[in-house]
Design a protein around this ligand. Structure first.
Ligand SMILES: [Fe+2]
Ligand SMILES: [Fe+2]
Length: 241
């Protein structure tokens, strides 16, 4: 962190002004004041629609954290920051991934740049605001593609991103079902349903699948196959003809 000059000169520069404006972020990163600062900073990076979405994700993340015994203030901060890099074009986010040295499958860089905004946001925020912590950065990074070993905060941000009230596209019946399951099923199970919803949406809209997504699905099915009502041992299924 840059320090203010203590000489009696006129060197109060831009960096110092920025530091003073983000002081709540430094002193108490998960406070309401910090949230307001990050919200303001985000408003300078994304359009009104994305800002409204991020505010809703922060609110839903806070609610989910309360419902599932996680830290509501931390969830709110991760929620407001999850789309920090969503205002970048495909070209810009590719450049940013390379500049930040983000470790992702090369296929994502070339064919699926829209998945990069989670990992690049996490890396950029870790560089700028390291005190937010590795758990926040991981949740932000994973919100675009999920993972098999999601932490509670990872699950909360992933789910909040899908079920926030402004989500009015896609399979609304599926989203309503996810919303209705909040507090009714364990968090990891809710994540499984949300991941499945996303996968179904991607397939139904003829999207290319990230190979790691298929791998994640297969791992999740080991645990949640019975919930999918297959009523069979999924690792003892006869091969399809
Ligand atoms: Fe996103
Ligand atoms: Fe989002």
């Amino acid at each position: 962190m840059k320090r203010a000059c203590n000489r009696s000169c006129n060197c109060y520069n831009k960096d110092m002004a920025e530091n003073s404006s983000i002081s709540p972020v430094i002193s108490d990163p998960f406070s309401k004041d910090s949230y307001q600062v990050f919200k303001e900073l985000l408003s300078q990076r994304v359009g009104a629609k994305r800002l409204a979405h991020s505010i809703n994700v922060a609110k839903v993340a806070r609610r989910l954290a309360k419902a599932y015994g996680a830290d509501p203030d931390k969830a709110r901060i991760a929620g407001i920051l999850h789309d920090w890099d969503k205002g970048l074009s495909n070209e810009e986010v590719r450049d940013r991934a390379l500049e930040l040295g983000v470790q992702v499958d090369p296929m994502v860089i070339t064919d699926m740049p829209w998945l990069l905004h989670g990992p690049t946001a996490a890396a950029a925020l870790a560089r700028e605001y390291p005190h937010l912590g590795a758990d926040v950065f991981q949740a932000i990074s994973r919100h675009t593609s999920g993972a098999a070993d999601m932490s509670p905060l990872d699950c909360i941000i992933y789910i909040a991103d899908i079920i926030e009230p402004n989500r009015t596209f896609g399979d609304m019946e599926g989203i309503e079902r996810l919303r209705s399951l909040v507090g009714e099923v364990p968090l990891e199970e809710l994540y499984f349903h949300a991941f499945k919803y996303t996968l179904e949406f991607l397939i139904s809209t003829d999207r290319v699948l990230y190979p790691a997504t298929i791998e994640t699905w297969n791992i999740l099915m080991r645990t949640y196959g019975h919930i999918a009502k297959l009523n069979i041992d999924i690792w003892d299924v006869p091969a399809l003809d």
